[in-house]
Design a protein around this ligand. Structure first.
Ligand code: ZN
Length: 100
């Protein structure tokens, strides 16, 4: 069975944003999925859309995506509630250790 690896072209994003025009386009390499199959010969292939519905594939992709988010610092558990911008101004967004 082929491995699933992060798309080397878009680094798992699945799309590109043109920094000059701001136009967003799907990545051709992975067909917008962000991940590709890598066979034993080291050749990368699209993951067919039908395969995305298979539980063993979607579970694997979800795990890879969680890993990627953590690498980028988007872990929801590593940050305290008051360190999350989205919670500013809410009860959870108040730092209990802040003396002000
Ligand atoms: Zn890609």
């Amino acid at each position: 069975m082929s491995d699933i690896v992060r798309c080397t072209s878009c680094d798992g994003f699945g799309w590109f944003e043109d920094e000059f025009s701001g136009i967003v386009a799907d990545c051709d390499w992975c067909d917008g999925v962000g991940y590709v199959y890598r066979d034993t010969a080291g050749v990368d292939r699209h993951i067919p859309k039908n395969d995305l519905k298979k539980p063993e594939i979607s579970d694997k992709l979800e795990a890879l995506e969680a890993e990627r988010m953590q690498e980028m610092g988007f872990s929801g558990t590593a940050k305290k509630p008051w360190q999350q911008d989205i919670r500013k101004g809410t009860q959870g967004g108040i730092n209990p250790y802040d003396s002000e």
